[in-house]
Design a protein around this ligand. Structure first.
Ligand code: GRF
Length: 195
């Protein structure tokens, strides 16, 4: 089966992008990272793409008058590259319902909580304030409602008594780097589908 052409959308560090790049080196991995799009020109992840020889481009949301116009430009780039699957990885823009509907079932996100708990931002602070003993991360299909699509894979980590937002985030990030490539593998291989 041809490997699914996958685009990774980033805004910053790109450590999850790096995890995909490494996972996709395995000959039996069912996806290839075919394109990286960043909405921020200084994103560190662009350098990771360059080092791995992956085509990368910057589409700045600041160059567009509306959210939908930006989304249409991203969509055009994805279609020109014949992309099958999109992974949002630290992409700090909310996509329009139009975009999400276009790519329904082929658009993945990772969120640093055990969804459906702790949707939205500022997750680790809220988890600590609530005295939770467990947290984690979730790979899910994107639907128009934020952080609400069907779950593809989930990993749990303990919350330790002396945790800070930073220590908890780091423990979860290490799991993300394992879980997100696994989630993409499930979708690219057809093991998990949207409906
Ligand atoms: C991750 O923690 C992810 O869960 C969140 O943004 C962070 C992205 O990190 N949505 P990176 O850019 O992949 O290093």
């Amino acid at each position: 089966m041809p490997r699914k052409r996958t685009a990774v959308l980033i805004s910053g560090r790109g450590s999850n992008l790096q995890a995909f790049i490494e996972a996709a080196r395995a000959p039996d991995y069912p996806a290839q990272i075919a394109l990286v799009i960043s909405n921020v020109a200084s994103a560190e992840g662009l350098e990771r793409a360059r080092r791995a020889g992956i085509p990368a481009c910057v589409i700045s949301h600041k160059d567009f008058e509306s959210r939908e116009a930006f989304d249409r430009a991203v969509d055009a780039e994805l279609r020109a590259a014949k992309i099958d699957i999109i992974c949002l990885a630290g992409f700090m823009r909310i996509l329009s319902d139009w975009f999400v509907t276009q790519w329904e079932g082929r658009l993945l996100n990772i969120h640093p909580s055990l969804l459906p708990a702790y949707k939205g931002t500022n997750v680790h602070a809220r988890v600590l304030a609530a005295g939770e003993r467990r947290s984690g991360c979730t790979v899910h299909f994107v639907v128009p409602e934020l952080d609400s699509g069907p779950v593809i894979a989930q990993a749990k980590v303990p919350v330790l008594p002396d945790d800070t937002e930073e220590t908890l985030a780091a423990r979860i990030l290490a799991e993300e780097h394992r879980l997100y490539p696994e989630g993409l593998r499930r979708v690219a291989s057809g093991e998990v589908t949207f409906v």
